[in-house]
Design a protein around this ligand. Structure first.
Ligand SMILES: C[S@@+](CC[C@H](N)C(=O)[O-])C[C@H]1O[C@@H](n2cnc3c(N)ncnc32)[C@H](O)[C@@H]1O
Length: 255
């Protein structure tokens, strides 16, 4: 199987490690964090690891859901895994991330180093894209800020596309251990459910003798919670793209 973006869920750190880590004051939950060689982003992603990943059909799915040539604001773009292919598909993309080390991998595209929450470009786009399950932050206030940024930057008649895990995934997910054909390994371990809608886990990736871990906490967004969060940002759920309840298209609330 070609190397793909391994979901955060397919590879975590351990809850026991979190006891020695900083506690998020707003939510009283441990913060996401990562370990391993090279730069690690504030939310725990390993830049050198993400730089090796390739798209897995996501750009084509996004492209198919928007008009040809639509302008795109990509929030949390990372190393440009999706960005570069969207450009090949004839979209003008502005890529935003808070990690300069991630953005350094993006070439030939306008990049903006900023937190998503505080972004104020003063421009609007046909599509605002927030994928990679970033919307599932356990911090409701942060989720609200993410969606407010989406709303601020989407044009009238434009769309916001989000990627979330379908709600039932939170009940079904179990530890994973995989060895890929090229010798890489991926583990999802130390799963716990600190509250009914929360999942804490650690992903662990290896490539040769390099090993990274990523501890994260995610919050389930069922359809009702999703619609309520969108409404607070003056957005409405338009559809699940391709009938898949993972990819969500929202639009500005009609006047
Ligand atoms: C899991 S990576 C995914 C990157 C890319 N979307 C992909 O699919 O390959 C998440 C990215 O979002 C960025 N990110 C997470 N939270 C952020 C925030 N609050 N503001 C800006 N960037 C953020 C991280 O720095 C990281 O590069």
């Amino acid at each position: 199987m070609a190397e793909t973006y391994a979901r955060r869920l397919e590879e975590p750190a351990s809850l026991s490690e979190t006891s020695v880590h900083e506690v998020e004051p707003m939510t009283n939950l441990p913060k996401n964090y990562g370990t391993g060689p090279g730069p690690i982003t504030a939310d725990g992603c390993a830049v050198d690891y993400y730089a090796t990943l390739t798209p897995n059909g996501e750009p084509e799915r996004i492209h198919g859901a928007i008009p040809p040539g639509a302008s795109i604001l990509e929030l949390g773009a990372g190393t440009g895994r999706i960005t570069h292919r969207l450009v090949e598909l004839d979209h003008e993309v502005v890529a935003v991330d808070q990690s300069p080390e991630m953005l350094a991998h993006i070439v030939g595209v306008e990049t903006v180093c900023s937190s998503i929450e505080t972004l104020q470009l003063g421009r609007r786009f046909d599509l605002v894209l927030l994928m990679s399950f970033v919307i599932e932050t356990a911090d409701d206030q942060q989720r609200g800020a993410f969606l407010a940024t989406c709303r601020r930057h989407v044009s009238d008649g434009g769309s916001v596309v989000l990627q979330r895990h379908p709600p039932e995934w939170y009940d079904a997910i179990e530890p994973i251990e995989r060895r890929l054909d090229d010798g890489r390994t991926f583990r999802l371990r130390d799963l716990s459910r600190p509250a009914p809608d929360l999942l804490a886990a650690t992903t662990e990736y290896t490539i040769g003798d390099r090993r990274w871990t990523h501890f994260f906490i995610s919050k389930r967004l069922d359809d009702e919670q999703l619609e309520a969060a969108l409404a607070r940002a003056d957005l409405v759920l338009a559809e699940f793209i391709d009938g898949d309840r993972e990819w969500v298209r929202a639009i500005p609330r009609p006047l």
